[in-house]
Design a protein around this ligand. Structure first.
Ligand SMILES: [Zn+2]
Length: 64
């Protein structure tokens, strides 16, 4: 079954054993994200998380 990635639009052929196969089979509009984009998103989230952490590492003192 061919499935289109929601992010980059590339069509992937997935096997019935694929974890998203049933979801896509039931709902053709299932937001599938390919492995490449999934990794990219994870990386972006991690990066955003790191920036958030470093910006809250030394919070301004409320009471002085
Ligand atoms: Zn993709």
């Amino acid at each position: 079954m061919g499935i289109r990635c929601n992010i980059c639009g590339s069509v992937k052929d997935i096997a019935p054993t694929h974890k998203d196969y049933q979801s896509v089979n039931k709902n053709p509009n299932f937001p599938y994200i390919c492995e490449y984009c999934g990794r990219k998103i994870q990386f972006e989230l991690q990066k955003a998380n790191d920036i958030y952490k470093s910006s809250t590492k030394n919070p301004p003192q409320a009471h002085s």
